[in-house]
Design a binder for this molecule. Structure first.
Ligand SMILES: C[S@@+](CC[C@H](N)C(=O)[O-])C[C@H]1O[C@@H](n2cnc3c(N)ncnc32)[C@H](O)[C@@H]1O
Length: 262
C-alpha cells in the first residue's frame, strides 16, 4: 500500500505546479475576490460563518481559503507538500487566515487532535483512497457530536465510461487501477508523467460506510453536470459555468453530493 501512496503523492506534487497556473483554477480571479467554490456546495452546506471546518484533500487550498473568506475557521489537509506550501503562500499573500496540515488522511489521527463542526470534501477525492471504511472512520473521528459531514464528488456511475463515452469498465470493480496516461484534468496535453493508483466505489459503498459509522445521512443528490471537461470534445459550459453534454439527450449523473450529521 505504501508504494501506491508514494507514487500518487509524487504525481500530485508535480500536478500542483501545473494546476496553480491553469485556467480551470484561475488563481488570478481568485486573488481579485472570486470564490473558487461551486454553487452546489455553497447552497447545500450553508451557514459556515464562525464554524470550524476541516477540509480533507484540499489540494492547494483555494476552496479552503474561499470558505475562510466567508467566515469559516478553516484547516486544510493534503498529503502533497507542494500543494500545502502553495496553500499557505496563497493564504498569506491574500491575508485570509487558514491553517494547513501536510498529511496523508489516514495518518491524520496521529497528528491532529481536534474535532470540527464541519468536514468538507470535494471533486475528485474518493478515487485516491484505498480503504473507504477507514476513510469513514477518519470522518467520524474528527467530527464533533452534532457536526456536519458534506461531500460533493464525481458520480461513480461515470466510472464505467471511457473518455470517448463508451461503456468500457465494470461498475462493481473496485480496483486498484494503475494509470500511466499523460496530462491532467486542467490540461490533457500537459507534460506530466508517472503512474498513479486509483480505486473505485459504488454509490452504495460510500453511503454504507458512513451508516456503519452511525452518521445520519440527511440527503444524497445527483446532478447532470460537472465542473470540468470530463469527456473531452463532448461537453460544453452552460450559463452557470457547469459542463454539460453538447447532446441534450445525454442526461446521466455526473456529480453527487451527500450531507450527514453526527
Ligand atoms: C482532485 S484533488 C481535490 C480537488 C479539490 N476539490 C480542488 O479542486 O482543489 C485531490 C487531492 O487529494 C490529495 N490526496 C490524494 N490522496 C491523498 C491522501 N491519501 N491523503 C491526503 N491527500 C490526498 C491530492 O494531493 C490532491 O490535492
Amino acid at each position: 500500500m505504501k508504494s501506491y501512496i508514494k507514487r500518487n503523492r509524487d504525481w500530485w506534487n508535480a500536478a500542483t505546479s501545473i494546476h496553480v497556473k491553469s485556467k480551470l483554477y484561475n488563481l488570478a480571479s481568485f486573488k481579485k475576490g472570486k470564490t473558487s467554490l461551486q454553487k452546489i456546495e455553497i447552497s447545500e452546506l450553508k451557514n459556515v460563518k464562525g464554524k470550524t471546518l476541516l477540509h480533507l484533500m484540499c489540494h492547494f487550498g483555494l476552496d479552503s481559503i474561499s470558505w475562510a473568506r466567508i467566515g469559516a475557521k478553516v484547516t486544510g489537509v493534503d498529503f502533497s507538500a507542494n500543494a500545502i506550501n502553495t496553500a499557505r503562500k496563497i493564504s498569506e499573500e491574500n491575508n485570509i487566515a487558514a491553517s494547513f496540515i501536510c498529511s496523508d488522511i489516514y495518518n491524520l489521527p496521529k497528528v491532529l487532535h481536534k474535532k470540527y463542526d464541519i468536514i468538507f470534501m470535494s471533486y475528485g477525492v474518493l478515487l485516491w483512497l484505498p480503504n473507504l471504511k477507514k476513510w469513514a472512520g477518519v470522518i467520524n473521528k474528527f467530527l464533533k457530536k452534532g457536526g456536519t459531514f458534506y461531500i460533493v464528488e464525481l458520480h461513480p456511475f461515470t466510472n464505467i465510461l471511457s473518455y470517448d463515452f463508451k461503456i468500457f469498465y465494470d461498475y462493481f470493480d473496485r480496483g486498484p487501477y494503475a494509470d500511466d496516461s499523460s496530462g491532467t484534468y486542467t490540461n490533457w496535453n500537459s507534460k506530466i508523467k508517472g503512474v498513479t493508483h486509483q480505486w473505485d466505489y459504488t454509490i452504495s459503498d460510500v453511503i454504507n460506510v458512513l451508516i456503519e459509522e452511525k452518521l445520519k445521512i440527511e440527503f444524497v443528490h445527483e446532478f447532470p453536470f460537472t465542473m470540468y471537461e470530463q469527456f473531452p470534445g463532448l461537453m460544453k459550459k452552460n450559463k452557470n459555468g457547469q459542463y454539460v453534454f453538447k447532446n441534450k439527450n445525454i442526461q446521466i449523473p455526473l456529480l453527487f453530493s451527500l450531507k450527514a450529521k453526527k
